[in-house]
Design a protein around this ligand. Structure first.
Ligand code: G6P
Length: 363
């Protein structure tokens, strides 16, 4: 292997720590003209489909949330291998955003080909220049995360989210859905992300490591959130599943009482993500429900709501107060660390999870 771990025990840990730099490079590499061409296409589309697999699908779900909920564009995130569900409903007024770190995932490539055949235009978001999916797309936006060696995606996810956020902001300003002040303030937060994330990693790594001791002794976990916290929870759960081999399931918190709560008993870990003001009170109710069943409640909570949640949480990760539209980029980092340290505590190699491949080239 040519790449070096640069003193880290695993590539995954190195890549988690590289995120401030990867985000900085992605922001620095943004070509406004390229983005404006893509934004133009999105604004003139009847419908937008976002296709992706694994972690890239989760980035697509966050993108779907931003385009649908923030901008009101008709957007659907689709698991690449399930694209057939939409084929009949797509025509040349539609646009596909294909998200793939490697640019080579066969499921995503097959979806791109089929939807292009229907007349849709395709925008690729990829970390590998000139890979198959970018080559077959009409437009390409590259993340500049640098090579990712760890099988479980980390820095490519956060940089994909950066691209989706900037697309949303630029479209929002043209559509008049965001005013200039809001635009500037979120852009400003994005530009400060590298420093902020560096700080969060330094501040939370010890606590996360301590929490992983508990997690490493469990067989199951729930990850619950609302709104943009749902895809965040899905990605957090996927990380734990992929490398620590713990059955982790994400659910919209409001849906947890329609089934999942039946499994909760003393000590069952339930990870709550608190992001947007609108969902704080309903989430508080969900935390109470789990606490009442003696769950081991873990909260990723912004500073301003710590007081509200503290008593109900067995473990709390304090995060900065940030705009909910960029919060997933921040919150996922301690979740990646939690999966990493849990895998290590269980004696597994996080860089080489069993049965998984970095890039899947069979359908
Ligand atoms: C594999 C990897 C995942 C990745 C997915 C999609 O399953 O193990 O980490 O998210 O493929 O990969 P892509 O290169 O298309 O983003």
């Amino acid at each position: 292997e040519m790449a070096s771990k640069e003193g880290y025990p695993h590539f995954m840990l190195k890549e988690i720590h590289e995120q401030p730099f990867a985000i900085g490079s992605t922001l620095a590499g943004i070509n406004e003209k390229e983005f404006d061409n893509v934004v133009n296409l999105l604004l003139n589309s009847r419908k937008i489909l976002i296709v992706g697999a694994g972690t890239s699908y989760h980035a697509g779900l966050v993108g779907d949330y931003l385009l649908t909920t923030v901008l009101g564009l008709d957007t659907h995130a689709v698991i690449s291998s399930e694209y057939k569900r939409y084929v009949n409903a797509v025509n040349d007024n539609d646009t596909v955003i294909a998200i793939s770190q490697s640019g080579e995932t066969i499921d995503t490539l097959v979806a791109v080909r089929a939807l292009k055949e229907r007349g849709a235009k395709v925008i690729a978001i990829s970390n590998v220049i000139d890979s198959a999916i970018p080559r077959e797309s009409n437009y390409v936006l590259y993340t500049r995360a640098g090579p990712e060696i760890g099988v479980a995606a980390t820095k490519t996810f956060t940089t994909q989210l950066v691209i989706m956020t900037i697309l949303t902001l630029r479209a929002g300003i043209i559509m008049g859905k965001l005013d200039a002040n809001e635009y500037r303030s979120i852009m400003d937060s994005l530009n400060k992300l590298p420093g902020l994330l560096q700080n969060i990693i330094t501040r939370t790594e010890g606590r996360v490591k301590a929490l992983s001791e508990y997690m490493s002794r469990r067989q199951n976990a729930y990850y619950l959130g609302r709104g943009i916290g749902v895809p965040l929870s899905m990605e957090g759960a996927l990380k734990l599943k992929e490398i620590a081999y713990i059955h982790a399931e994400a659910y919209p918190a409001g849906e947890s009482k329609h089934g999942p709560i039946a499994l909760v008993e003393e000590g069952y870990p339930v990870v709550f993500s608190i992001l947007d003001d609108d969902n704080v009170d309903p989430l508080l109710g969900n935390v109470m429900e789990m606490k009442a069943r003696d769950a081991y409640t873990i909260g990723f909570v912004p500073e301003k709501y710590i007081g509200k949640f503290k008593e109900l949480l067995n473990a709390v990760l304090e995060l900065p107060n940030v705009d909910y539209r960029i919060a997933p980029i921040i919150y996922i980092v301690p979740m990646q660390l939690l999966a990493y340290y849990t895998a290590v505590a269980r004696g597994y190699d996080p860089d080489k999870p069993r049965n998984l491949a970095k890039t899947v080239t069979v359908e």
